[in-house]
Design a protein around this ligand. Sequence first.
Ligand code: NAD
Ligand code: UFG
Length: 334
Amino acid sequence: MKILVTGGTGYIGSHTVVELLNNNHEVIIIDNLINSKIDVVDKIKKITNKDVKFIQGDVGDYNTLSKIFSENKIDAVIHFAGLKAVGESVKEPLKYYEGNIGITLNLLHVMQEYNCKNIIFSSSATVYGVPDKLPIKEDFPLSRPSNPYGTTKLMIEYILEDIYKADKDWKITLLRYFNPIGSEKTGLLGENPKGIPNNLMPYIVRVATGELKCLNVFGNDYPTHDGTGVRDYIHVLDLAKGHVKALEKNISGVHVYNLGTGKGYSVLDLVHTFEKVNNVKVSYKIVARRAGDIAECYADSSKAEKELNWKAELNIEDMCRDSYNFIIKNSTKL
Ligand code: NAD
Ligand code: UFG
């Protein structure tokens, strides 16, 4: 199939493009490089030994998208492009509503115009809010997330559901990611956020390399096995495979899948595993809870296993090893 990948030079997008190319799909990337670098394109080519078309442009720009669709018969879109910094979204909500929902509306308009009705959307476990019980299943009630970033994910899910209600030809897949970490094995692609990282693994790796002094562990008084927050970390390579499986399902409807491993690890579990597999020290101190965090979150991904024949295969040790491998091969100053 010929796939348009929005945000394809970003962290999850780039790994998914590799997986698509390895499965003989043809890929066009559109990315405005607001949170990624152009050299990712060459790295993708190097890893796969295949060609990929790259267009530097904004998904919110009608003319750019329209040109792509008029020049190519796009079979499906995998839509990663968007902004993802939770804290920033609280300070600048309009930037997030425009940068996530605005661009998605433009994309959907153009897709409709060119009769391309197949989309996979990057949603998030954040749409479940504070779950009543665990593990989280797809049919659990959704609730308004605590920040505008999360709200954009929920709103885009609703928009896509309404589009399907109005036109049953659409094939819509909502993939709710849990916590993606890790990198592909060569160490060429990975997660390299600009500035001080907000998320746990990017912070841990920078403490391990000495770029940051000490990890702040946000709270050790949660009702979890060691008091620190528990999450379902999933290797980005497994996540990438989930997208290709979802693409190959290819039937009309709105299909929702949790992509997680089903296992919860605490902040300290992750720190200690990272130290053990990489033989490094990660200094940490316990500080106050971070506003908006929940105690525990992990997925029931049996629906994806049953319907997509997908299951996460890599474990927490692989994730810790590969995250560190990427950062030591791409040591950048903060
Ligand atoms: P990322 O920032 O690495 O990738 C997003 C890419 O989109 C970047 O390359 C960026 O330059 C590009 N982009 C942003 N706005 C654009 C626009 N208007 N036009 C064109 N390109 C644009 O993020 P990621 O971690 O790879 O996340 C990908 C998607 O998955 C996002 O939608 C994110 O919200 C979602 N998601 C991520 C996580 C996570 O923890 N990483 C969890 C759940 C959901
Ligand atoms: N944490 C720390 N110190 C840090 C960073 C994080 O202790 O410096 C803790 C958090 O309190 C939490 C856990 O590590 O318990 C994971 O935090 P992350 O920030 O890495 O991830 P979140 O679960 O908060 O959020 C992530 C994405 C969101 C997405 C959500 C659900 O950042 O975009 O997963 O998919 F919505």
